[in-house]
Design a protein around this ligand. Structure first.
Ligand SMILES: Nc1ncnc2c1ncn2[C@@H]1O[C@H](COP(=O)(O)OP(=O)(O)OP(=O)(O)O)[C@@H](O)[C@H]1O
Ligand SMILES: [Mg+2]
Length: 401
């Protein structure tokens, strides 16, 4: 069941410190009688109306004003602690209303990271949207609050820009380092690691390491990685299977219970519980994939009159073209505009012959495929090359197991 406190916290998380302080002051000043205090908060434009003992947040949450006050106090204290402890970080905001499941993955991640120095979160199967970035983000947020990495948490988006530039920007903005500009970028990055202020641990997250194959993807980040066996702990997320020297935490789709909780966190819990059988079928239809569940949950939240059965019917009829799967919202952690776009991204990473091999394999039933049949089909192609398309292309992109 979604925790109402977690729901309020997820909304308040997005608001700036000043808005939280304003709301707390208004709550504390509001008489417990019928008087009304109305606030329009922060960049997200949340409307909060406090009337007697009830707070109305946006148009979806009615909560006890005392509970809102308690959550606010906790959040403000946490933020103050994070500022007081002075842990430099540039963590992005999570768009998940509630982070569900993954308790074991979080624990494993910490153990494995501290056994090796560098760990990659990968997907057990399929496509993007399984929750690699969200898991890395939750890990980093949790350990920021715990103070596990006192000398900083550095979040680097591998895709957008050269990560060397990002490391240098972080060092300048967050650490006040004076980075020499007359040396090449990889040496500038190494300068940053060597001169990183403090002597405690640092967490470096490199999100979405990608490329046409694992070698190219790893080669692109390698010159910028911190020296091994130091106080730097490196966490990667990737759709690829990187080299064997890099430990992986393979992530699977959510359990049914966690999938239902994800839906409940977005749609009113009563609505899910009222049609529990259909909700279970929906989760199954969506392959328990967090991205699909989130898209459908957010769509249902915008359609309060829709039954889950109607949603299911629409998905059955329109499949990936269903509106629910094509209308991502900008506050989501995921950056895809649709489920198809998430799939496309993995697909575009593949070379043409590998795509063709995938088409051919799609003609087979969902059962083990004897490889000699495929070799016979490709009698003009060297078997080593064919093996490489299969392993480097399809297996490494988690499209085949
Ligand atoms: N455990 C979870 N609880 C709640 N929401 C989740 C969870 N895991 C993932 N999500 C949500 O699902 C969406 C997809 O997750 P995410 O972006 O982390 O996938 P990904 O594996 O990094 O995908 P890609 O390979 O495309 O980068 C996000 O919007 C995220 O907030
Ligand atoms: Mg990601």
């Amino acid at each position: 069941m979604p925790d109402p406190k977690a729901q309020i916290q997820a909304i308040l998380n997005d608001l700036p410190d000043s808005a939280l302080q304003d709301l707390l002051a208004a709550l504390q000043g509001a008489p417990s009688t019928a008087a009304t205090t109305q606030l329009n908060l922060g960049g997200k434009g949340y409307q909060v109306m406090v009337q007697g003992g009830t707070a109305y947040i946006g148009d979806q949450l009615n909560v006890d004003a005392a509970m809102l006050e308690a959550v606010l106090n906790k959040l403000i204290t946490e933020r103050q602690q994070s500022t007081v402890s002075g842990i430099p970080n540039n963590l992005p905001r999570s768009g998940a209303v509630e982070f569900v499941g993954r308790e074991t993955d979080l624990a494993n991640l910490h153990i494995q990271l501290h056994q090796t120095n560098c760990v990659a979160i990968t997907a057990v199967r399929g496509m993007g949207g399984i929750g690699k970035t969200e898991l890395a983000l939750r890990y980093a947020l949790h350990h920021r609050n715990q103070g596990t990495y006192p000398s900083g948490i550095c979040w680097l988006q591998a895709k957008e820009q050269d990560i060397g530039t990002k490391i240098v920007n972080y060092a300048i903005d967050q650490l006040g380092l004076n980075v020499p500009t007359d040396i090449d970028l990889s040496r500038q990055a190494q300068f940053c690691w060597r001169n990183w202020p403090g002597d405690s641990d640092v967490l470096v997250v490199i999100d979405d390491v990608s490329g046409p194959d694992d070698n190219a993807a790893y080669a692109a980040i390698k010159p910028y990685l911190p020296p091994q066996e130091t106080r730097f702990w490196v966490l990667l997320t990737t759709r690829l299977q990187l080299g064997t020297s890099i430990q992986t935490v393979p992530l699977d789709v959510l359990s049914e219970a966690a999938s239902l909780d994800l839906l409940r966190s977005l749609v009113k819990a009563e609505r899910v519980n009222r049609e529990l059988d259909t909700a279970q079928q929906l989760c199954h239809w969506l392959g328990y994939l967090p991205l699909g569940l989130e898209l459908v949950g957010r769509f249902l939240a915008r359609k309060p009159r829709w039954t889950l059965a109607k949603m299911q019917q629409q998905l059955e009829e329109k499949r990936l073209a269903a509106k629910a799967l094509c209308q991502a919202q900008s506050d989501m952690t995921a950056t895809h505009e649709s489920l198809t776009a998430a799939f496309e991204l993995t697909w575009q990473d593949l070379d043409e012959p590998v795509q063709e091999l995938a088409y051919r394999l799609c003609l087979f039933a969902l059962a083990p495929i004897p490889w000699p049949w495929i070799e016979a089909w490709y009698d003009d192609i060297d078997t080593d090359e064919l093996d490489e398309w299969r392993d480097e292309g399809l297996v490494n992109h988690s499209l085949l197991s």
